[in-house]
Write a protein that binds this ligand. Sequence first.
Ligand code: NAP
Length: 326
Amino acid sequence: MNPPERPRAYIAIRLPPDARARIEAECGATFFEGKGAPSREELMAALANAEGVLGSNQLPMDAEVLASGPRLRVVSNFGVGFDNVDLKAAQERGVLVCNTPGVLSDAVADLTLGLIVALARRLPEAERFVREGGWGTRPGLALGTDVRGKTLGIIGLGRIGIAVAERAQAFGMSIVFHDVFSESPDEASFCSYRELDDLLAEADFVSLHVDLRPETHHLVSEREFGLMKPTAYLINTSRGPVVDQAALVAGLRSGELAGAALDVVEEEPLPADDPLTTLPNVILLPHIGSATVETRQAMLDLAIDNLLAALRGERPKAVVNPDVLS
Ligand code: NAP
């Protein structure tokens, strides 16, 4: 008798040998060996036989791509965001969508606080100043601003938003939040709810932690920048399209806000000639919110757990669309 056929999986990110071995122990796996991410054509061709796919949350799993995998049962995202997947199409095809919530919250929150301090204390400018032969402060380097006693406005008080609030509290900041709910979660009872417009008018630092969905696309645009204090800063470690980037550039140029720190942008990678690169009051990072050794390992472990559980017919640890299971 032939042994039962093993499920086939397409792995669209580069993996270390131990992670490959874990997958190969249970699946017939095809690994993407190129640089960056597979092209759309490569992805669709690879999905023709695959029952599972593991990829970064930048992999475009739209309706057409999902349809190229007639046997597909699970999309396991290496990341907490799942805005790359057409959930409706996945639901219709009975495809489970999995993600890696929680294990990256601390890393993203650490980076967010780092950006708040970097903006307040003008760290990139000070660093450049030293390399150019400067020292001390005046003349040549303006003073920064304290974070203690300032108000942080968190938009989206979910897992990462709460981790940011906990850290900001230790820095002596007052914390207000806006979310679809108005009651503070128990672990963030020190945060006070505000309507969006009130938060924007009150906060010295506005930090974005919503997930990207139709209602949060361009949540912060021209009107919202007009409400911010001219001394306020915007920090975005959520998703680029949450901010209307053209409006941000205009607001930074006209002084509607003092500066911004962005780990994510509307078009990634950021085009070299993007106007953001010309603005002195912007800190730009290349989407590194979860980029630590420990966090990336924890994300990988969870993403592989999710993939293998789904292919075994078990309930994965983190499912975005559990309705598919019923
Ligand atoms: P989460 O726990 O789901 O938090 C998102 C919060 O935003 C939830 O409380 C959600 O409310 C709220 N929200 C949704 N729509 C809203 C709206 N229109 N107005 C106000 N609040 C709204 O997710 P998380 O784990 O904290 O992650 C947040 C996001 O961070 C991810 O989706 C991802 O895009 C981004 N991220 C970025 C990086 C990076 O490398 N920079 C790394 C990890 C994650 P409900 O849940 O009640 O709907």
